[in-house]
Design a protein around this ligand. Structure first.
Ligand code: PMV
Length: 323
């Protein structure tokens, strides 16, 4: 019997960059995101004998990806053991399909671990709340915990496994227009980039302090349904994240020249009265935030820079089927 779950990526407006606890994936500050309505990952988990296996998009995954999946399943198995379930020793066959580009800054690890957490918890017989599923997904990839949540999520940084979780926050309706300038896997993973930033960037403490303040400002802007303020906070904060990363030694650059051109174009849009703001994760792709009614106009303005997709707020991870 397979448990199947579906989850979508999320894009942070207030970013997570840096861990206070590497093993439990407790962040140095909270973050806030929108869950997308496309580029889903669908994952099936079936208990099996023998080793854990992981198939991604029709091919057996490489040793690194399989190792991350097994490490995550070990967390699920330890929860099953704590709950006294006889599934605690079982291995699993994991089959995953990604509808979006993998490892190119479009948060495929988020949808991947959110779907895996949801399907694996069910397969192993764990009955977890959304909050507890978010805590579990966090162990796979920090940002994955926000993909458990419908539409908009806040990750409360917390200081322990129990207190570091995601929950919904209400925000005004908005669209995200992504500009995929490069679909190749990035050279420095976010995991390695975060460690390098902590160890070598002189601006790290300032980044932590400012992110704490920024998240509070963002929560206030969401409560006030102030789209302009949300956009301004998002764009400034994205530049701060890339600044602290750029200041590592040796330097890490996730943005490419074309990414900067997109940021320039977004500034030009605002000058023309088209209200839009830009952000970018640990990769060269840029995501533009605008009102849903402006999404087509924004998409047209950036069509020459890369592949353009328009997203609305989407659903949190959920079980789709149990065959
Ligand atoms: O969860 P990770 O390890 O893939 O890190 C995600 C980091 C960013 O995407 C750059 C920011 C974020 O909050 O999603």
């Amino acid at each position: 019997m397979a448990s199947i779950a579906r989850a979508h990526p999320n894009i942070a407006l207030v970013k997570y960059w840096g861990k206070a606890n590497d093993e439990l994936i407790i962040p140095v500050a909270g973050s806030m995101s929108m869950t997308l309505d496309q580029f889903a990952t669908t994952t099936s988990v079936e208990l099996a004998t023998g080793n854990d296996t992981f198939e991604l998009n029709g091919t057996t995954a490489d040793a690194k990806a399989t190792g991350r999946t097994t490490a995550f399943l070990d967390v699920v198995r330890s929860l099953a053991a704590e709950a006294g379930l006889d599934t605690a020793e079982a291995h699993a066959k994991v089959v995953s399909t990604n509808e979006g580009p993998t490892a190119a800054g479009m948060a495929s690890s988020a949808s991947g671990f959110a779907a895996l957490a949801t399907a694996a918890a069910h397969a192993y017989g764990l009955d977890l709340s959304v909050k507890d599923l978010s805590r579990l997904a966090r162990r796979g990839s920090g940002s994955a915990l926000r993909s458990l949540i419908d539409r908009f999520a806040v990750w409360h940084a917390g200081t322990s496994d129990e207190t570091s979780y995601a929950e919904a926050i209400s925000a005004p309706d908005m669209a995200m227009v992504s500009v995929t300038v490069n679909t190749q896997a990035k050279k420095v993973s976010s995991r390695d980039g975060m460690v390098a930033t902590r160890e070598t960037s002189p601006f790290y403490q300032a980044w932590i302090d400012t992110t704490v303040t920024t998240l509070n400002e963002m929560i206030a802007a969401c409560a006030a349904e102030d789209f302009t303020r949300i956009g301004q906070i998002t764009e400034t904060h994205a530049h701060r994240m890339h600044a602290v990363i750029n200041a590592t030694h040796p330097p890490i650059r996730y943005l490419a020249p074309v990414s900067w051109q997109v940021f320039e174009e977004v500034t030009a849009m605002r000058d023309d009265g088209l209200e839009a703001y830009a952000t970018a994760d640990a990769g060269p792709n840029v995501v533009i935030i605008c009102r849903p009614t402006d999404a087509d106009a924004v998409a047209q303005r950036v069509a020459t820079f890369g592949q353009v997709n328009t997203f609305l707020p989407g659903p949190g991870a959920h079980l789709v089927d149990v065959a």
